[in-house]
Write a protein that binds this ligand. Structure first.
Ligand SMILES: *[C@@H]1O[C@H](CO)[C@@H](O)[C@H](O)[C@H]1NC(C)=O
Ligand SMILES: *[C@@H]1O[C@H](CO)[C@@H](O)[C@H](O)[C@H]1NC(C)=O
Ligand SMILES: *[C@@H]1O[C@H](CO)[C@@H](O)[C@H](O)[C@H]1NC(C)=O
Ligand SMILES: *[C@@H]1O[C@H](CO)[C@@H](O)[C@H](O)[C@H]1NC(C)=O
Length: 957
């Protein structure tokens, strides 16, 4: 079996390489492949006279306002509309998807057109990937100004930021274009090197028009040399010029014209202003013989570079190719700026052996950006992503710190390399959501200001933030206890926690830490350590807490406390006084390190005035019994027991999941799930509301998802009611993928779901999907001595065959299962159909031959009635099949799946050019469009062996 795997892999790898090459070949012949053309501020997709498809810029940026140039500017789209950026944001960024390490041409175009009737074009900066690009300077309101870069970034997107360099001027942009170039072009461009266009010229052009797409398949803009004052003789040919041996592929249309002189005693000379002192230039001239020469003719010349400081022989002698259709030569210099101050003159001087004047067809001069940043510290960037998603700060894009001083407005960075985030200033930002655990990864943080928002959830362990001086969390809705670990922070000077819903004991040590100002008033459920109770009506000691606080000792034993509480609680409930009670099982909880809120009578839900309670609640069995009206309405059967519908005292509808006593789920696993769910919050994950743990009863209370499971909606009881349409299916797929992505990347350590299936994807009232059931979740790989037969968990049909064989659990096992779910979504079929014989019984193997023959319509769910965009469906099918690859390493990550699904949604909506090459997040995607329609793909029969083994073993459990 092992050998067969290797063989299969080799074939597959070979076909991948082929597919990549073929997909690139296709990309240059058809516009849309590798082109992304944003009509900034535009609303419609349209095709211009050159056949370029322009799309609105809105999916690529979250900020800015839309306007149009004044009528007198007489412009057409894409230059008629524009996006401008009022307000004080230091920078506003576009995020453009690319294939990592692909070579791209990026062009930003500006036409002011007096859109704001101020009669004065603004001045501002443009930036890319955290680097300064240029200062935009516009001299004429109605003339287009553009800036171009050639770059090959290692990431899967490019950011283009418009930065406010003066307080009064608002940046704007008219269009933004991305063109994927052939891999051989501009070899000077590397991961940390880019070229910025200074000049691109078509010598001897027959008209003053630019030459660009489709004459140049890469849509570079070649300007006419008409503006240059010269008396040189134009040459032109009707025969096309092949690009020959040059890397940079100037188009034939440009090479078919040239300039020369009357005879071999006359030189050609051009002066270009290369005035920037701080940068190097990269100069290319392109030559091709386009005249018909007599046998005795020779055209041989040297190129000299002269300027105010130096005279230097630059290149030569050059003997341009005799045949017009033959290859031409390019000359490149990497000029040292110290010898290039002021205008540089290039002189083409015939040698004595030449019978003809010199010739030049085209030129490109680029500035060399040769030390590009790789951006802000990657750990900080990842943690900020989690923070953005938790607090809905998604409109902040581009590099958080770079280029200095253009950070995101609400953070400060140091100037280390790479820079680190040292302060977060998010006071009064109207934030809701929870503080993500990944927060603690930003270890350079000294100041955190999150006060005066509506942040909920618990305070994560921040003990890793050893540089922290200031932590302001006051006036939010934070719950849970105050982490003991605060006392480990050596440099902490201000800890402000007042006016939240924190509960439990106030850590004693904090009160006695010298130099620390600690405030915690206005948290009615906080209590001083070792007190049996504390009343909300009695104000807590003024902060900083006195060192005497907490010294009062209680002599009452836990048993007595329990008895007292029983009686006192009733009285207190009646009196609406909130008590904070320590009970024996609080200690049990603490021993298990469950950061749940201590049990307080306020948590019973019976007397809660607040809506809805955000913290994880503890319920008594009696409360659960009442909420479910004595377990009347069963709404499902989970892996461990029945699930009932319930309604809490505050009216909230819930799903009550009973963990049957016969289940293997021990106390440890129960608390594992409670612990996980209380810490994991994401809009695409089903929230845990509370739990009940009494001697025989283990119950989890979840938010109720009225539209049931995805499975029911695809081929179960809900279908007759309303089959899901394709758009809804796409959005469900994306929701679920985002939920899993969050488990894999937003949690630390990563969480592997282990039982991804359509039955564990639930739909809320608005058919938004959330991933449920973390019952099998484990914090990422931790198991020691385990055995396949006992430890492999999962559901037949979804189980990752590699995990089954190797017992190595990774996030990619979830990706496999999710691939199966995607196929269910497409096909409306269950993953294992016992009525069919192998290999058809397994959905992946059933679908594969259809896809290989390009017959996607034959597997699409008939209930869709062909009501879908075929491209979008192909995209999803490709994601599904890549996700269900045999080997985990060949599967995309959930992050890549999410990006590809977003692309599928764009395809479905027709809101984006189908730039599948350019924005593919996974290295595999670039070739997928070609993988399936081609019939052969290697000895696939082996994979059905897995299907059968997997099935027999799992069902035999
Ligand atoms: C190119 O072709 C046009 C018409 O096809 C002709 O008039 C012209 O003279 C040709 N030019 C050259 C340089 O051969
Ligand atoms: C070269 O051309 C120039 C301008 O037409 C002319 O003055 C000169 O005499 C020519 N030289 C030769 C060697 O033909
Ligand atoms: C640039 O030129 C100066 C002076 O000729 C020389 O000292 C320096 O090393 C050169 N720099 C590079 C990068 O070639
Ligand atoms: C997130 O913020 C944007 C504005 O930046 C707002 O339009 C959107 O409604 C917010 N979403 C949520 C779920 O609050």
């Amino acid at each position: 079996m092992g050998l067969q795997w290797v063989f299969f892999q080799a074939i597959l790898a070979g076909s991948l390489v082929l597919a990549i090459l073929q997909s690139w070949a296709a990309s240059v012949s058809a516009q849309g492949q590798g082109f992304l053309s944003l009509n900034c501020g535009g609303t419609n997709t349209f095709t211009d006279k050159n056949g370029i498809v322009w799309v609105p810029d809105i999916p690529y940026i979250f900020t800015g306002s839309v306007s149009q140039v004044s009528a007198s500017a007489q412009q057409e789209e894409p230059l008629k509309s524009l996006r401008f950026f009022p307000g004080s944001r230091k920078k506003n960024c576009y995020i453009l998807p690319v294939t990592p390490y692909g070579t791209y041409l990026l062009r930003a175009t500006f036409l002011y057109g007096n859109y704001n009737t101020l009669g004065k074009p603004p001045s501002f900066d443009i930036q890319f990937n955290g680097n300064y690009w240029s200062t935009v300077s516009i001299s004429d309101a109605n003339t287009r100004v553009y800036y171009e870069l050639v770059l090959a970034p290692p990431a899967n997107d490019i950011s283009v930021c418009l930065a406010k360099s003066t307080p009064t001027d608002n940046p704007f942009i008219s269009s933004l274009e991305l063109r994927q170039l052939a891999p051989s072009m501009y070899p000077k461009v590397q991961e940390n090197k880019a070229l910025s266009l200074h000049l691109r010229m078509n010598f001897g052009s027959v008209s003053t028009d630019d030459i660009r797409y489709p004459s140049d398949p890469f849509d570079r803009i070649w300007s006419s040399d008409a503006p240059l004052v010269n008396n040189y003789i134009p040459l032109t040919t009707n025969r096309s010029v092949s690009p020959g041996i040059t890397f940079d592929k100037p188009p034939s249309a440009v090479m078919m014209t040239a300039r020369t002189t009357a005879n071999s005693s006359l030189a050609l000379g051009y002066s270009f202003s290369l005035s920037t002192l701080t940068l190097n230039y990269y100069v290319s001239f392109f030559f091709a013989e386009i005249a018909t020469l007599a046998p005795t003719d020779a055209r041989i010349f040297n190129i000299d570079l002269t300027n105010d400081i130096n005279n230097a022989s630059f290149f030569g002698p050059l003997n341009v190719q005799q045949e017009a259709t033959a290859a031409f030569t390019s000359v490149e210099i990497y000029a040292n700026h110290t010898s290039l101050q002021g205008p540089a003159t290039f002189t083409f001087r015939p040698t004595s052996a030449s019978t003809l004047g010199p010739i030049v067809n085209a030129a490109e001069i680029h500035l060399v950006f040769d030390s590009l940043t790789s951006g802000t510290d990657n750990t900080d960037v990842t943690a900020l992503e989690a923070l953005k998603s938790s607090f809905n700060l998604t409109s902040w894009t581009g590099d958080p710190c770079l280029p200095a001083p253009y950070t995101w407005d609400w953070l400060d960075c140091n100037n280390s390399s790479p820079p680190r985030v040292i302060a977060l200033r998010l006071s009064n930002m109207n934030l809701s959501g929870t503080i993500p655990p990944s927060f603690s990864k930003m270890t350079a943080l000294t100041d955190i200001w999150l006060d005066n928002n509506n942040i909920s959830g618990t305070i994560p362990d921040l003990s890793a933030l050893t540089n922290l001086r200031t932590l302001h969390l006051q006036n939010n809705s934070l719950t849970g206890s105050i982490p003991q670990s605060f006392s480990q922070l050596q440099h902490l000077q201000e800890l402000f926690l007042q006016d939240n819903d924190l509960s439990g004991p106030v850590p004693t040590k904090l009160g006695s830490t010298p130099g620390l100002t600690f405030r915690f008033s206005g948290n009615p459920n906080l209590c001083l350590p070792d007190n049996t109770s504390c009343s909300s009506t009695v104000p807590l000691p003024p902060s900083p807490v006195g060192s005497t606080a907490g010294k009062k000792k209680s002599n009452i034993s836990p048993v007595v406390i329990g008895v007292v509480i029983g009686a006192v609680a009733l009285i207190l409930i009646a009196a609406f006084v909130v008590f904070c009670v320590r009970r024996a099982n609080v200690k049990a909880l603490e021993r298990q390190q469950i950061p749940l809120s201590p049990l307080s009578t306020a948590n019973t839900g019976l007397m809660s005035h607040k809506d809805p309670p955000k913290q994880t609640q503890l319920y008594t069995f009696e409360e659960i019994r009442i909420a479910t009206q004595n377990f009347q309405k069963k709404i499902g059967e989970g892996g461990f027991g029945p699930v009932y519908f319930g309604c809490l005292a505050d009216g909230q509808e819930v799903a009550v999941k009973m963990l049957s006593s016969t289940s293997n789920q021990g106390k440890k696993e129960f608390f594992n799930e409670v612990d996980l769910l209380s810490r994991v919050h994401h809009k695409n994950l089903v929230s845990l509301i509370g739990y009940c743990y009494e001697s025989k009863e283990q119950i989890l209370v979840y938010e109720y998802m009225p539209n049931g499971t995805l499975r029911e909606n695809l081929y179960g009881s809900m279908v007759s009611k309303r089959p899901l349409d394709w758009k809804t299916r796409l959005s469900i797929a994306l929701n679920a993928a985002q939920g899993l992505e969050y488990l894999h990347t937003g949690c630390s350590p990563a969480i592997i779901h282990r039982d991804v299936k359509s039955n564990n994807i639930l739909l809320n009232k608005k058919l938004m999907a959330k991933v449920a059931d973390f019952g099998l979740s484990k914090l990422a790989p931790e198991e020691g001595a385990t055995h396949i037969s006992t430890m492999v968990k999962g559901t037949a049909g979804y189980l990752d065959p590699e995990y089954y064989i190797t017992n190595q659990l990774t996030e990619k096992s979830d990706v496999y299962s999710f691939g199966v779910v995607l196929l269910e979504i497409i096909c409306g079929r269950q993953p294992i159909n016992p009525q069919l014989s192998r290999p058809e019984l397994n959905l992946v193997e059933w679908a594969r031959p259809f896809l290989q023959e390009g017959r996607i319509h034959d597997i699409a769910d008939p209930a869709l009635r062909q009501n879908y965009n075929t491209e979008a469906m192909w995209k999803v099918a490709e994601i599904a099949m890549m996700s269900a690859e045999l080997h985990g390493v060949n599967r995309p990550t959930m992050n890549e799946v999410v990006n590809d699904l977003k692309e599928a949604i764009h395809l479905e909506k027709g809101t984006a050019a189908p730039i599948s090459d350019a924005n593919a997040a996974s290295p595999f995607s670039a070739n997928q469009a070609q993988v399936f329609p081609r019939p052969h793909r290697g000895p696939l029969d082996h994979s059905s062996d897995f299907a059968s083994r997997e099935n027999s073993v799992v069902e035999g459990r």
